[in-house]
Design a protein around this ligand. Structure first.
Ligand SMILES: Nc1nc2c(c(=O)[nH]1)N[C@H]1C(S)=C(S)[C@@H](COP(=O)(O)OP(=O)(O)OC[C@H]3O[C@@H](n4cnc5c(=O)[nH]c(N)nc54)[C@H](O)[C@@H]3O)O[C@H]1N2
Ligand SMILES: Nc1nc2c(c(=O)[nH]1)N[C@H]1C(S)=C(S)[C@@H](COP(=O)(O)OP(=O)(O)OC[C@H]3O[C@@H](n4cnc5c(=O)[nH]c(N)nc54)[C@H](O)[C@@H]3O)O[C@H]1N2
Ligand SMILES: [Mo]
Length: 717
């Protein structure tokens, strides 16, 4: 076939990677017009930030889209819960069954709050992540789900200090000359931002990574600072101590744009001397002092400002909110906020003023509806939720669970109790997914979902500043349906108001772009002005945010005082410490010696690079590249337990256990072990993943998950 002819037979479609990742890559899908089949998927070279590069996972995306295990039609359970035995059913019957069950529960004494939606970020598209689904459950009066599993600790911590997320333009970060990846495996989890860092390095920047684990990012950085897990807040306070002691602070920035510099100065000088911080963090005093000097004097030493890429690793500890609240004080001390691409970056998500009220209609929620923290799914399913204090009423049990965009059987903490909850014979569970996940094995009804290639959506990003529409490239496979369509069908079956549901996806997307101006990060309330759906369908459109944006160069913090709140009056009024302090992990050997006597090792379980949380585990190429479950441990810890490299070990605590192969080496310090996740149980030999050992305890701020705050013991098998 000639190249000319081949071109006639294909068309290309602009799409967007939907996965929960800051990069939100532009993709181009090539479709064979004769067969309607996608034949190639590559990065969009015209995307100003992602520039045609895709990660290993999404480079293999067609293997996932056309996977022989795709769910292609609705099914109903015939076996026992968890057994995974199903028989085919029709959409009509499936929808009628769900609607009948929801109506029955809503009319019962327990009421609609006995129904719990359960979703997270299987797709980040505005429509599929949160639109008609929220309208549906809000209208139904179902329990509200607090979506805390990933990002709320740091978000809440940032809010205390800054009134919004720490943000700067990631593209402008090429201007930074001292870059700190703090609890961030940037090379793996934010590939295109790593490329910006490499470009800055070519111009003279130093890259430092603070992580108890020598992650791929730490290994490729100029310096690895192996802080003890959960002690980052103490390190930041030690850095502040050195800055004030040496008089390196930017007094002009502090006096104009901050409140509480004097109080903070007094606190850190008195309580966080490097010697104490060294004891807490496990870092030698000279390492703390050098880090503080280089960070605070980056402009003199490296020729430009400093940027802290603060990410999620350090948030997943009991004190994770306070750690972020503390770290994001640092750029005010140094005055780095004055410079584009400098300061600190957690997320750009708040720069997008989409009309979320219109999308999700929170006004439909009946007054007094309870909220369930998703991290506590185990407790919710076992009827252990705390009873509200007022009135002494009991919460209704969770009688129905509707899961979409998530795989709680694999990703939630305290897996054994999640599974025993899902196994309840009296629980009615619906799972809408693209695959028969570990969670789907426990469903009564399984519904097939479309992938991103099969539906339309519109995207913000949490790692750059472009709005993108995802055009559908191919027809839905089998009988798969997008989330929005399923909620239209359910709304019809429930008899809900058509005007809430009978809008087309494109109309919803277009309307969501026309948000009323809202207060937010300085200068971005009009960030969507003039951006039309048609423009975003043709390619990425940059938000109306100035080039070389430095949002806090002149203060403008959306806090109650309008300043950066080193001292927080709001916190004081809430009866909490108004100043940053070190909040230890829940399971810290220093503060819980009795627990550490039985379980002395701190276990970190970030996802393997080939996986996106539990997504992609069933894609053969990626599972092979992930290898097998491993446990990285220091030679000193291995020797004590008679463990040699390559041996199978058991990792356990009171909550559960899983097996892994020991990898003995210097990727961790003594006292820390790492097992990369998040495997599906059905691809393991013991039916367990690392979340059998993790706890449902939550963070100090934001009710976040504490996956990395986890003491275990390890024995040879
Ligand atoms: N390839 C890939 N990319 C992803 C994801 C994925 O699963 N796979 N997940 C996406 C999602 S949902 C998210 S939220 C982001 C997460 O992005 P990151 O925050 O980069 O992800 P993690 O790997 O969870 O954690 C980063 C690092 O924090 C370290 N860490 C653990 N505890 C501590 C601590 O107490 N202090 C410090 N300083 N470091 C600590 C871990 O060892 C890890 O190397 O990535 C997104 N991108
Ligand atoms: N131990 C440990 N546990 C962790 C983490 C960790 O680092 N360590 N990371 C945590 C983090 S950061 C996060 S964000 C959570 C992630 O938790 P989840 O959001 O549950 O993430 P995934 O495992 O990616 O599962 C997403 C599911 O959504 C499905 N899906 C994708 N697109 C669609 C769609 O359009 N419609 C429907 N109906 N379904 C769809 C996918 O097939 C997949 O099964 O996990 C957390 N769990
Ligand atoms: Mo996440």
């Amino acid at each position: 076939m000639s190249a000319r002819r081949a071109l006639d037979q294909v068309r290309t479609v602009k799409a967007v990677c939907p996965h929960d990742c800051p990069d939100t890559c532009g993709m181009v899908v090539t479709v064979d017009t004769a067969t309607g089949r996608a034949v190639e998927l590559r990065g969009d070279k015209e995307h100003p930030f992602t520039r045609g590069a895709l990660c290993q996972k999404v480079s293999n995306y067609l293997e996932r889209v056309y996977h022989p295990d795709r769910l292609l039609h609705p099914m109903k359970r015939v076996g026992k819960k968890g057994e995974g035995k199903f028989t085919r059913t029709s959409w009509d019957e499936a929808i009628a069954t769900i609607a009948a069950k929801f109506k029955e529960i809503a009319a019962s004494a327990d009421g609609p709050q006995a129904i719990l939606p359960y979703s997270y970020a299987g797709t980040m598209g505005k429509l599929m992540y949160a639109s008609l689904d929220r309208r549906f459950f809000n209208r139904l009066g179902a329990s509200l789900l607090d979506r805390t599993i990933c990002a709320t600790a740091g978000a809440a911590g940032c809010d205390v200090t800054l009134g919004t997320r720490a943000v700067t333009d990631p593209e402008a970060a090429v201007n930074a000359r001292y870059i700190v990846n703090w609890g961030s495996n940037t090379l793996v989890t934010n590939l295109h931002f790593w490329k910006v860092q490499l470009a800055a390095r070519k111009l003279g920047a130093k890259i430092v990574t603070i992580d108890p684990y020598r992650s791929p990012t730490a290994a490729k950085s100029d310096q690895w600072i192996a802080v003890r897990p959960g002690t980052d807040g103490a390190l930041a306070l030690g850095v502040m101590h050195v800055i004030f002691r040496e008089n390196w602070q930017d007094d002009d920035y502090l006096s104009r744009y901050c409140v509480g510099a004097a109080e903070l100065r007094e606190r850190v000088l008195r309580e966080y001397a490097p010697e104490r911080v060294s004891h807490i963090t496990g870092l030698p005093v000279p390492e703390i002092e050098t880090f503080a000097r280089e960070y605070a004097r980056a402009r003199e030493l490296f020729g430009g400002p400093a940027l802290i890429r603060v990410n999620y690793g350090l948030q997943r500890h009991g004190g994770g909110g306070m750690a972020v609240r503390t770290i994001v004080c640092l750029p005010a001390l140094t005055g780095d906020w004055r410079h584009p691409g400098a300061g600190a970056l957690l997320s750009t998500s708040k720069a997008y003023p989409f009309d979320d009220h219109y999308l999700t209609r929170p006004d439909l929620v009946p007054k007094g509806t309870r909220t369930i923290n998703m991290v506590n799914l185990a407790e919710a399913l076992h009827g252990e939720l705390p009873v509200p204090s007022a009135g002494g009423e009991k919460w209704p049990p969770v009688r129905a669970l509707y899961v979409y965009n998530s795989n709680p059987a694999a990703v939630n903490p305290d897996q054994s109790r999640v599974l025993s909850g899902l196994a309840r014979e009296d629980l009615f569970t619906v799972v809408h997914d693209q695959f028969q996940t570990d969670t789907a094995d426990y469903a009564d009804i399984v519904l097939p979902a479309t992938t991103q290639l099969e539906h339309f959506d519109i995207h913000s990003s949490y790692g750059h500043l472009y709005v993108q529409a995802n055009n559908a490239a191919i027809a839905p496979l089998g009988e798969a349906k997008p989330n929005t369509e399923v909620f239209r069908l359910l709304a019809r079956a429930m008899g809900f108001e058509p005007e809430l549901f009978e809008e087309s996806d494109e109309a919803i997307a277009a309307r969501s772009l026309r948000a009323p101006p809202a207060p937010g990060v300085a200068g971005v309330s009009a960030a969507l002005e003039g951006i039309t759906l048609d423009a975003t369908k043709a390619g990425p459109v940059r938000l109306n945010v100035p080039r070389n944006w430095a949002p806090f160069a002149e203060g403008n913090f959306p806090t109650p005082s309008g300043k950066c709140e080193l001292y927080s009056e709001r916190e004081a009024r809430a009866g909490r410490d108004p100043l940053p302090h070190y909040a230890p992990p829940h399971e810290d050997p220093q503060t819980r010696p009795e627990l550490a006597a039985r379980y002395p090792l701190q276990l970190l379980t970030p996802p393997a690079p080939s996986f996106l949380n539990s997504t992609f585990v069933n894609v053969d190429t990626l599972r092979k590249s992930a290898g097998e479950r491993t446990l990285e441990m220091n030679p000193a810890d291995a020797a004590k337990r008679g463990i040699v490299d390559g041996q199978m070990v058991r990792v356990f605590n009171d909550r559960g256990r899983f097996r892994a192969r020991a990898v003995v080496g210097e990727s961790v310090k003594p006292g820390v072990v790492v097992s990369l996740g998040l495997w599906w149980r059905k691809f393991t030999d013991d039916g367990a993943n690392c979340n059998t050992t993790t706890s449902t305890a939550t963070t100090d701020f934001g009710g976040g998950a504490t996956f990395f705050d986890n003491l275990v013991e390890v024995t040879a098998l």
